[in-house]
Write a protein that binds this ligand. Structure first.
Ligand code: NG6
Ligand code: CA
Length: 533
């Protein structure tokens, strides 16, 4: 493990003032709710400057908590980000962590120590709701969707789970509750394949007339469920099949129920929304909420879910001693495969919040995401923090929060002192660096006032449809992104202007910075850190 993992920030980096309240015994066992949005961009919330959409429930969390402006998911797609968040291990250290099919085997093995295990060790009750996308069962393609799917979330620390196996655009389109299909319909057994269709079943490609809810713009032309084409083939499901317009309601109702019934032990909730991933198909009561069509309305629906969870905590009298962390698994995409008019209806809204790139990309919008921590008992109102933060530290931050020591080898890439910069705005600590992984596994390094993107072969634009710059280039890239720190480990060139939008590649001008950052990145990649200044 590296010695120098975080550092003091100058006071100026704390934009607003903040304070830490007196501790009490109960506050040592706060409830924790992680609200994990899907594809929600740095610019998609009104507290991050969004236009044309208002997110009052999220904004209230920011106004009464701590809002980060330099927080990152580990990767610019879902499965690798989620893997790292739950285990504290970088995704490139484990095979099979790329975007998973709906019939992928469980990616996290039961032997691994997860964030849910942290909470079990502290005698919490644990639950997961919504998007999973980390595989289920022992063998890819061999799950028994008509019986018990095992291993499942109970094998990695969750007492209760009500999840979608993968994403809403991938089959099987059913919820799985504690390893069994919820609302299972014995009259309509479920079969799933990612290689061939089932005889006689319609597909989006061959039967576009059956796509009565949404048509695809690219991909998503295999099985049709609820008038929407999907990735992969399935047959059966009957009454168990979800209706996309009810997904947010279903997961929210279960999470609220879990909160309401939580009388004795403290709890950890992993609340992973489908919003605002495709297919965006919010409930009709959100239709027209924003004038931005389905994507904007899905943001409004997300905000409503947040409000429901907060209200349930408040009704129960436990809001003040609940830590709510709200963030996203990767950056935004506008057209991600369905003809939902998201692009045409933006009307000046910028999901990327002014950053370059987006989902799948090496550029900042790929992984820089909203990140809000709300904990009235300890964190006073309205602080904004610029320091670097990464979801790779979730396991260690939680272990620190609830005073659990991690077993040797657990969360190998997480920083031990993350708790200090996630929950303690006055302490002035931040992460020393952040590593970002793009969808082709290109790694980038944010450190000091620089961003380095390692050379890689790949197309300039995402090739299958979304209009997003990948950031891939055969040459090294070096951009100036100031982060207002006092000291510098890599050479400092204070006169170089800030370039937060990564427009001018300075690699040729500052070869020694490139070399230093490349060496540091290689150390992190190969040795699991281990360099000292
Ligand atoms: C892509 C899908 C996209 C989305 C993404 C994963 C097509 C054409 N595109 O392959 O719609 O599902 O995978 O998104 O199939 S993620 O947020 O779960 O990583
Ligand atoms: Ca995602």
């Amino acid at each position: 493990m590296n010695i120098l993992k975080s550092r003091l920030l100058p006071v100026a980096a704390l934009v607003a003032s903040s304070g830490v309240c007196a501790q009490n015994a109960e506050a040592d066992r706060p409830n924790v709710v992680l609200i994990y949005a899907d594809d929600l961009g740095f610019g998609d919330l009104s507290c991050y400057g969004a236009r044309n959409v208002s997110t009052p429930n999220v904004d209230a969390l920011a106004q009464n908590g701590l809002r980060f402006t330099n927080a990152h998911s580990v990767a610019s797609t879902s499965t690798p980000s989620r893997y790292s968040l739950l285990t504290g291990e970088y995704p490139w250290r484990k095979e099979g962590t790329d975007v998973a099919a709906g019939n992928a085997a469980m990616i996290i093995s039961p032997e691994q120590f997860t964030v849910a295990d942290v909470f079990k060790k502290a005698h919490y009750r644990t639950a997961a709701f919504g998007k999973w996308h980390l595989g289920l069962g022992a063998q890819t393609g061999a799950q028994d969707w008509n019986g018990v799917v095992s291993p499942a979330l109970s094998d990695i620390g969750f007492d209760y789970s009500y999840i979608m196996a993968a994403t809403a655009d991938r089959v099987p389109c059913v919820f799985i509750e504690n390893g069994r299909v919820a609302n299972y319909d014995p009259s309509s057994p479920i079969e799933v394949s990612y290689s061939r269709n089932f005889p006689g079943e319609p597909t989006g490609r061959e039967n576009p007339e059956l796509l009565y809810n949404l048509k695809h713009s690219h991909g998503h032309d295999m099985s049709i469920v609820n008038g929407i084409g999907r990735i992969g083939f399935m047959r059966g499901g009957g009454n168990a099949l979800w209706k996309d317009e009810n997904i947010a309601d279903s997961i929210t109702a279960r999470a609220v129920d879990f909160i309401e019934k939580s009388d004795d032990a403290p709890f950890f909730i992993y609340f992973a929304t489908n919003d605002v991933h495709v297919p965006r198909f919010p409930h009709e009561r959100f239709r027209g909420a924003t004038g931005m069509g389905l994507r904007g309305d899905a943001i409004a629906q997300f905000d409503w879910c947040v409000g429901q969870v907060v209200d349930a905590l408040r009704r129960k009298g436990i809001l003040d001693n609940t830590v709510i962390i709200l963030t996203s698994d990767n950056g935004p995409v506008v057209d991600d495969g369905y003809a939902d008019s998201a692009e045409e209806l933006l009307n000046g809204h910028d999901p990327m919040g002014g950053l370059r790139g987006g989902k799948y990309s090496c550029f900042e919008a790929g992984t820089r995401v909203p990140f809000i921590v709300h904990w009235p008992e300890r964190i006073k109102k309205g602080a904004v923090k610029e320091g670097l933060v990464s979801q790779i530290d979730f396991v260690s931050a939680m272990a620190g929060l609830v005073n659990v020591s991690l077993p040797k080898d657990a969360a190998p890439d997480a920083n031990d002192d993350a708790k200090e910069y996630w929950f303690n705005p006055d302490k002035g600590l931040q992460r020393l660096y952040v590593v970002q992984m793009a969808s082709n596994h290109t790694l980038s390094l944010r450190m000091d006032d620089w961003k380095y993107i390692s050379p890689s072969n790949g197309p300039k634009m995402v090739p299958w449809g979304p209009k997003i710059e990948t950031g891939y280039l055969a040459e090294p890239q070096l951009y100036r992104i100031m982060d207002n720190k006092k000291q510098s480990i890599i050479p400092d060139y204070s006169s170089v202007p800030d370039d937060p939008c990564e427009t001018v590649n300075l690699a040729d001008e500052y070869p020694n910075v490139v070399e230093r950052m490349n060496n540091i990145l290689n150390d992190i990649r190969e040795k699991g850190v281990a360099w000292e200044d």
